[in-house]
Design a protein around this ligand. Structure first.
Ligand SMILES: [Zn+2]
Length: 284
């Protein structure tokens, strides 16, 4: 069942579990995410960045969502950078959009987010925005010092934009950390949870560590974005298959076998995180 992200996150926030939001881009990843969620009776949010074929992803999500009617899911544009891109996603059938104006000054972030919220809500679509800066894990040595989301600013931001959920910066970064251990600011996260009236989102979940992510959910995170751990699990599985020298009677490995090895590993990693976030059984 395809719904808005707002109602899913409100349930997660009130019952204290976190929803996995894997990055998807095609038929295989959408099917794998819904299959993992179905097997664990968990809700799932499909995140799709704007470089993908949004119309195809929306069509495929409707198709596979009908195949897994028991799974509550939302299709969310991840890191939409313009009003126009959010409009395109809504027109394609996304049930949620993220407008990421976090690089802009506060007032400009407020005004662009409020514009997108007005349009999206008129279409029955929910909106995620970001306040504070979630940096890059590759640059974590520098980005770890970037300021975490300020609670007072967050309250004002939500009030003035009417956004449905807020991505906050509390120490995670996008990508895989190399030789660095991310430090999550649980004190700040608890402060934010106390005063911000909408569900909170954590970007850059990959390679943060299961214990820290479980703790983030306990402290008030309702949605955790995942991409790098899923994608690299898939790539490593493909590398292992190719290195094994396995072949078929055709004398080569059909592309579908290679791709399936990757997607199976991607699906297993999603299932792992669903358990870590405590959302397994939430739909039971
Ligand atoms: Zn992100």
């Amino acid at each position: 069942m395809l719904v808005t992200m707002k109602e899913m996150l409100q349930d997660a926030a009130s019952r204290g579990y976190g929803i996995a939001a894997p990055g998807v881009n095609d038929m295989q990843t959408i099917n794998a995410a819904l299959k993992a969620a179905s097997e664990l009776k968990a809700p799932i949010i499909l995140d799709c960045v704007e470089m993908n074929d949004l119309e195809a992803v929306a069509d495929l999500t409707r198709f596979f969502s009908a195949r897994y009617p028991d799974v509550t899911t939302a299709l969310n544009l991840d890191h939409g950078h313009s009003f126009e891109m959010c409009a395109r996603a809504i027109r394609a059938g996304f049930t949620s959009v993220m407008i990421d104006a976090s690089k802009l000054p506060f007032e400009e972030n407020v005004s662009l987010t409020a514009e997108v919220v007005k349009m999206a809500h008129a279409c029955g679509v929910s909106v995620e925005a970001e306040l504070g800066r979630v940096g890059s894990a590759q640059n974590y040595a520098q980005d770890r010092t970037s300021p975490h989301t300020d609670p007072n600013e967050a309250v004002e931001f939500v009030k003035r934009t009417d956004v449905d959920c807020l991505a906050v910066a509390v120490g995670t970064a996008h990508g895989l950390y190399e030789g660095e251990t991310p430090e999550l600011n649980f004190v700040r996260l608890a402060e934010l949870r106390k005063v911000v009236p909408v569900p909170l989102v954590l970007h850059g979940g990959s390679s943060t560590g299961d214990d820290k992510l479980a703790q983030a959910v306990k402290t008030g995170i309702a949605k955790i974005n995942l991409f790098s751990d899923l994608s690299s699990a898939g790539t490593e599985a493909i590398k292992a298959l190719l290195a094994s020298g396995k072949t078929t009677s055709l004398g080569f490995l059909p592309l579908s076998m290679v791709y399936n090895a990757g997607v199976t590993a991607y699906e297993k990693m999603i299932a792992h995180y669903i358990k870590v976030f405590g959302s397994a059984g939430a739909l039971a």
